[in-house]
Design a protein. Structure first.
Length: 95
């Protein structure tokens, strides 16, 4: 993630007209809501809106997957730095 943040800052310094940053959430282990918020805050240091474009959590246990997705979505919508209209959920129904 640090390379992504550094690249975005370099683009802005060079005058590249960025209007926001996209982040994808592909998880193999569950993060807590506060951990997700901390990662979003790291990306927010660039100073641009953040779009969460994808979200999935690979876990065969439907209840664990549902609990994680609930926590993650709550964190995304609670965050002061994310824009929300592009969130796409994967692997919730089909796993």
């Amino acid at each position: 993630m640090q390379k992504y943040i550094a690249q975005a800052k370099e683009f802005l310094k060079a005058g590249v007209p960025l209007e926001g940053l996209g982040v994808q959430g592909h998880f193999n282990s569950a993060l807590s809501g506060p951990e997700i918020l901390a990662k979003l805050d790291e990306v927010a240091t660039v100073g641009l809106p953040i779009w969460v474009t994808e979200l999935d959590y690979v876990n065969a246990d439907d209840q664990k997957r549902a609990d994680f997705l609930e926590d993650a979505l709550y964190a995304f919508f609670r965050s002061d730095v994310t824009c929300h209209s592009m969130i796409r959920l994967y692997e919730f129904i089909f796993v």
